[in-house]
Ligand binder design. Structure first.
Ligand code: AMP
Ligand code: GLY
Length: 416
């Protein structure tokens, strides 16, 4: 089987790495890929949202299955175009991707089908939004209603911050013309629940937690994610069962009823509040960096899962390793603000852990940094202490002057 993976980050590297283990997969392409992916797959220099060029490539090269990483490609309608051309593809239609790409669509769906989430109102008028926010307690949660590359959420602590955020989104249209959703503020630990979904059939993956802030102690600006781990001590089996039945399965059934069935990964960004588990957001794709800690635990052949979902068939039983994983992201100094690119990276050959490339390139035969998040090292262990010791031992071997990383990944799950 020839497989094409769309995307260029650590998530796609983890998907390529999982596919590379399959005896059924004879060739892996990745568009556009990165330096590390290029060691396990053939990189194809086509942008992830250039649907027409990707379709032509898949047809010309006899690709049997395409797997989509990023939401932008899904929202651009890659799945609809590939299916119309008779090709098999793992990912949601653009209409099903609205569960991520439109906050208002997701909120209405949850309200209609009784899926627990924060109360909200949605606005396109600045004055009406300000008047609503002013009548409510702070902090207020203000979200741009569309894809904003993770930057469209503001937690406003007071009136001035709320007005500034609403003005930015509705008057200055910083993310483009659109609406905003104003939500009640929730508190509690957050976690990620990724499931393979085909119609109303939902196949859970191990739970994981991302660390979104740049610095130790969950301080500093929000990033795409600085590390992740599996094995969450604050989520009981009962909590997991509740999240599976009352959130993930209900959402899949709701999407089917609404005429836009899911056919890929549904990612629940969930929070355990004093009032039960609630949805913060849904994503229509694998999470990054969650995928890098979840997929190494998969024992089953991932191509069987992707193919079953792409063909609309039930997925065969999925087996997971009885182990835990912990992964640490190495990012360019300055990230998520301005940072340099092109800094040489050495020492990866001696690293005894999974090394997923997030933003790397080859320049004159040397491996160099080419993004904000650059590498992710993932170690496995019978418990998180073992995995942590290993990953932080191995990370020292990576030599690059321009990288930093958090020293406290999984701190919420470890005693010291
Ligand atoms: P989102 O893009 O919707 O996941 O929001 C980004 C981050 O903002 C989340 O991971 C939460 O940490 C925070 N957040 C979003 N919605 C809420 C909420 N209703 N209450 C508290 N924090 C929130
Ligand atoms: N880890 C956050 C995300 O993938 O959206």
């Amino acid at each position: 089987m020839k497989v094409l993976v769309i995307g260029s980050g650590g998530r796609e590297h983890a998907i390529v790495d999982a596919l590379a283990k399959s005896s059924k997969v004879s060739k892996i392409y990745c568009a556009p890929g990165n330096a590390g992916i290029g060691l396990q797959a053939e990189n194809v220099p086509i942008k992830d949202t250039d649907v027409e060029a990707l379709l032509k490539f898949a047809l010309d090269n006899g690709v049997d299955l395409t797997v989509v990483g990023p939401e932008a490609a899904l929202a651009a309608g890659i799945v609809d175009s590939f299916r119309a051309a008779g090709l098999k593809i793992f990912g949601h239609s653009s209409s099903a991707t609205r569960i991520e790409s439109s906050k208002e669509f997701a909120k209405e769906l949850m309200q209609k089908y009784g899926i627990p989430t924060a109360g909200y109102r949605s606005f396109d008028d600045f004055d009406a939004a300000v008047s609503y926010v002013s009548s409510r307690p702070y902090p207020a949660v203000i979200k741009y209603d569309g894809l904003a590359a993770g930057k469209g959420v503001v937690i406003a602590k007071n009136h001035d911050e709320a007005v500034a955020a609403l003005s930015d989104m509705l008057l200055d249209e910083s993310f483009g013309k659109g609406r905003v959703v104003v939500e009640d503020y929730l508190e509690g630990p957050e976690f990620s629940f990724l499931c393979f979904v085909e119609g109303d059939k939902v196949y859970p993956m191990p739970l994981s937690q991302d660390h979104k802030r740049a610095f130790d102690g969950d301080k500093g600006p929000n990033t795409g994610g600085m590390g992740a781990y599996t094995g969450l001590p604050f989520i009981s089996e009962e909590d997991r069962e509740f999240a599976y039945r009352e959130i993930m399965c209900k959402a899949a059934a709701a999407m089917q009823k609404e005429g836009c069935p899911l056919s890929g990964v549904l990612y629940g960004g969930l929070m355990k509040t004093a009032d039960g588990i609630k949805v913060i957001e849904f994503n229509a794709r694998f999470g990054d960096p969650e995928t890098e800690v979840v997929l190494p635990l998969l024992e089953s052949d991932i191509s069987d899962i992707f193919m079953a979902v792409a063909e609309g068939r039930p997925v065969p039983e999925i087996h997971w390793k009885d182990a835990l994983t912990l992964g640490v992201v190495m990012a360019s100094k300055g990230y998520p603000g301005k940072y340099e690119k092109g800094c040489p990276i050495e020492g990866l050959d001696g690293v005894d852990a999974k090394v997923y490339h997030m933003g790397t390139a080859f320049r004159d035969g040397r491996l160099v940094t080419s993004g904000g998040r650059v590498l992710m090292l993932v170690a496995e262990g019978k418990d998180l202490n073992v995995a942590r010791k290993k990953v932080y031992g191995e990370i020292e071997k990576v030599a690059c002057d321009n990288l930093f990383y958090r020293k406290d990944i999984a701190h919420c799950a470890l005693d010291d």
